[in-house]
Design a protein around this ligand. Sequence first.
Ligand SMILES: *[C@@H]1O[C@H](CO)[C@@H](O)[C@H](O)[C@H]1NC(C)=O
Ligand SMILES: *[C@@H]1O[C@H](CO)[C@@H](O)[C@H](O)[C@H]1NC(C)=O
Ligand SMILES: *[C@@H]1O[C@H](CO)[C@@H](O)[C@H](O)[C@H]1NC(C)=O
Length: 402
Amino acid sequence: MAAGAGLVALVSLVAAVAAGGTEGDWKVSLEFNPGWNGSLWNGSWVNVVHVRAQGPLATLHWVWSSLGAPSVLLVASGSPRSRLSIDWARLLSPEPAGALRVHPPGSVSSAGAVAFTKLFEEKAPGEGFFQPYDLAEFSWENSNVTLDPSALTFRLRGIPGSDPAGAFANGSLEFQVRALPSPGRSSLPPGLPLVPGGCELRFQLSGVSPLGNGSRSRFLLEVAALDGAGARRELRLRRELDDEFAPGVFETQSLVAQSQSGSPLSFLLWRSIAYGSPSARRQDGIRCRAGELRGGPVPVPPIARAYFGEGGPGTPLGSSALNVSFGGDGDGDVFRDVYRERRFLRWSVLVGFGEPPRDTFSPLIISVVAVALGTPLALLLGGTGLVLLVPRSRYSEYEPIN
Ligand SMILES: *[C@@H]1O[C@H](CO)[C@@H](O)[C@H](O)[C@H]1NC(C)=O
Ligand SMILES: *[C@@H]1O[C@H](CO)[C@@H](O)[C@H](O)[C@H]1NC(C)=O
Ligand SMILES: *[C@@H]1O[C@H](CO)[C@@H](O)[C@H](O)[C@H]1NC(C)=O
């Protein structure tokens, strides 16, 4: 009986929502260029932001940096007292191996890094590419002035070191980062679920002129992943119910690092949509697609080399990369018009540790189901408890480290 099955689903949903209710917030702090008073080196700004997130079972060290390609290193430790140390002279040298350590080393359960290596502009679907922008050759602003320790936010913003076509004359590329102490949901579409200890990342292109003078070009961002011994990456696609957070978007994708035994170590998660306006209105949606995940060598950014070493004993690096494209292949996609008109693109990603959160049903969907099943439910539940159906969605805690 359909109503019966719906009821079972609804009751287990209530149980799941109720079960997540007691976890405490994580202790999260941000530090800019830890252990160094400076931020200018050889005429360039050096940005290294350490996000330390301490939860009940793990301490996560996120190290975001614009040294080389913009990148983030994640080191998970089982010790509540674990700390990061940076040997700055070595980190800024051409041989940064060993410059970055987490103490005590025996407490580290996993480590990985993600780098945003290149921005491509495709002339038109299937018609080749302009010269790519190598993000390792960008010149970055001083992130210290953007760091807000109470909001736990900062950004890395840059423009190409050399830009003969003037595409970035009025524009920039930036990564906005927010560290997350508590669970919840992003206030901006596509309303990504937020997990404590993770970071919300927004990739944003604003004011950048497309090189294509027709209206058919589109941008792609290349994302590279580097993982410690035995780990491998997997691209997952999940179908979702349509909901009010991202109307019409049915897909969530995640790039998950897994240990040899298959347990998830860390992830990037996003919905298959970007937006062509800061307010992320529905009509400004831009389809985003992940290309094939390819194994093979990728450029290793200095912070990853600083932690993993130069591939010395015990630190073989697994690497893989994929392109995320913004705008479709002509299937009625409006990206080109939206971008051309507004010169704005924003793509939101959740970066976290452990298993990617499973999106629960949104409050709207729950209320709709509740109303649809209201009468039989009211009878069955004796008229109590229905108001419990509308709390914020909660997500399971991170997997314990062992
Ligand atoms: C940059 O903005 C100025 C003033 O708004 C404009 O004159 C110029 O054409 C723009 N350049 C590009 C490359 O869009
Ligand atoms: C730009 O316009 C010129 C002349 O109108 C044309 O020759 C060229 O192929 C165009 N380039 C692109 C990428 O559309
Ligand atoms: C991304 O696309 C560009 C242009 O086609 C290509 O050169 C590059 O190898 C791609 N990267 C990956 C990881 O697929």
